[in-house]
Write a protein that binds this ligand. Structure first.
Ligand SMILES: [Zn+2]
Length: 468
């Protein structure tokens, strides 16, 4: 077995090989949410892809140490807190909580750590890294009081994104966290305090200020995972300038032995109904929007996971309906296998072709190939059950295989959960309100149920209640 992935840096497929002395250990850093709003399904596409990667690496025997940061101070969070007229921490907290709830709905494996940029220990590390960059001549303080990275001092700047720096005017500066490739310029490491920052600011050798977004990830990634990271993921829109800046900062402040990251992996954009997702276009969805429309986290996960991560994903409501149908087939098959296997004394290892599921994922997470094996196995064994020739031991063997598949896809049915009496009473009251077409009352009861930590969805088979 060799597991290959597409490395954005080299633009080639490469076999994942742990470093010497690391055994089967791999470090994985994934850029996390900027908590200025609820994460949208485009964000979750990246997180679901990273989850698939992490789960498949685990299936292949790697011990993955994963870190995902939370960006809780940057241009956007400060702007949001300022507009809301509340302290930054109060503004970001509900979005952090919502992110973890959403991650659970989508069955994302938890990371080993979720460092927060405003954590004093992380701020101290950012300041220390900037200090090293200053000492080594890779950074300077400008007249505006902010500290900038001197991109002319790092010859490899632009290599990840394949940006040619020829012709760029040295000394140009950009203060904002995001900029276009055409505007390549020295970027901010430490932003001097300005009145719009309000109460947000930390003391540093360069005066009061706050870190730039890029140095946050560099400091948190290397602080928790070491100066060389095996796999670093994100969405394609992170490649430039964010990941380019991370490389520059880490390699210039680091030990100089080898690259900051060994394998860069990026997932492509998500479109909705064929267009770029935008609030103005009315096709902008958070996970919550979809749950409210009656889709489950499992269905959304299916819709996000089933397009190869490097292909553009066109997210549609037809696609969600297809996800529901596919999951229904899988559930019915699972039940049927369970009944057939009931009398099994042993399990028979299934046909070697079933290993093709995992072999497909070894090929840069070829999900289409993997799903083809899954559904072919489903069809073939259903046919054998129709004919009454699938033995209990064979059914047991297929269920064992399916458990491994679930370890990677995480598409098993929601475990049956028992409702607390209080919630059950509310669900009944809501059913009565709906039968009487008292929609307002129905919505109020739904909110009461939500306050108790449960989500109620209306389906054609009536209300479905699950843990929030
Ligand atoms: Zn990042």
């Amino acid at each position: 077995m060799s597991l290959q992935v597409h490395n954005t840096f080299t633009r080639t497929l490469e076999t994942i090989v742990p470093r010497d002395g690391e055994g089967q250990r791999l470090s994985l850093y994934t850029c996390g949410p900027t908590v200025y709003a609820h994460a949208h399904i485009g964000n979750f596409r990246a997180y679901v892809f990273e989850d698939l990667l992490q789960r498949h690496l685990r299936e292949r025997g790697f011990a993955v140490r994963r870190v995902m940061n939370l960006t809780d101070v940057d241009d956007k969070t400060i702007r949001g807190a300022h507009a809301a007229g509340i302290p930054l921490g109060d503004y970001t907290r509900p979005f952090k909580e919502a992110f973890f709830e959403d991650a659970k709905s989508l069955r994302l494996l938890p990371a080993e750590a979720y460092p927060e940029a405003t954590d004093p220990a992380q701020i101290a590390r950012m300041i220390s890294m900037i200090g090293t960059l200053m000492e080594r001549g890779h950074a300077y303080q400008a007249e505006d009081g902010s500290v900038y990275f001197r991109i002319a001092s790092f010859k490899d700047y632009g290599k990840l994104a394949h940006v040619d720096l020829e012709g760029q005017r040295p000394g140009q500066r950009v203060a904002s966290d995001e900029y276009e490739k055409e505007a390549v310029a020295d970027f901010a490491l430490w932003k001097a305090w300005v009145p719009e920052d309000g109460a947000v600011g930390w003391e540093s050798p360069w005066g009061k200020g706050r870190p730039g977004w890029h140095i946050e990830c560099s400091a948190m990634a290397t602080g928790l995972l070491g100066e060389t990271i095996d796999i670093h993921c994100g969405g394609v829109d992170n490649i430039f300038p964010h990941h380019e800046a991370e490389i520059a900062q880490c390699e210039c402040a680091g030990h100089g032995k080898g690259p900051f990251v060994r394998y860069w992996m990026h997932c492509a954009h998500l479109m909705v109904e064929g267009s770029k997702m935008a609030k103005s276009a009315g096709n902008f969805f958070t996970l919550r929007d979809l749950l409210e429309k009656g889709w489950s986290g499992r269905e959304v996960r299916y819709a996000l996971i089933t397009t190869h991560y490097r292909g553009s994903l066109n997210f549609t409501f037809d696609g969600l309906a297809a996800a529901r149908t596919a999951l229904g087939r899988l559930d019915a098959w699972r039940e049927r296998l369970t009944e057939t296997a009931a009398a099994a004394a042993a399990a028979e290892i299934p046909d070697a072709a079933t290993e093709g599921f995992f072999a497909a994922l070894d090929d840069d997470l070829n999900i289409s190939g993997a799903l083809a094996v899954l559904f072919e196995t489903l069809r073939e064994s259903n046919r054998r059950m129709d004919e009454g020739i699938l033995t209990p031991a064979q059914a047991r063997g297929l269920l064992n295989w399916l458990a491994r598949v679930d370890g990677v896809l995480a598409l098993e049915p929601d475990a049956a959960v028992e409702l607390p009496a209080e919630v059950e009473a509310l669900v009944e009251a809501r059913a009565a309100a709906r039968a009487a077409k008292e929609w307002k009352k129905s919505d109020e009861i739904r909110d009461q149920i939500a306050a108790l930590g449960w989500v109620v969805k209306d389906t054609k088979d009536g209300q479905k209640v699950s843990k929030a």
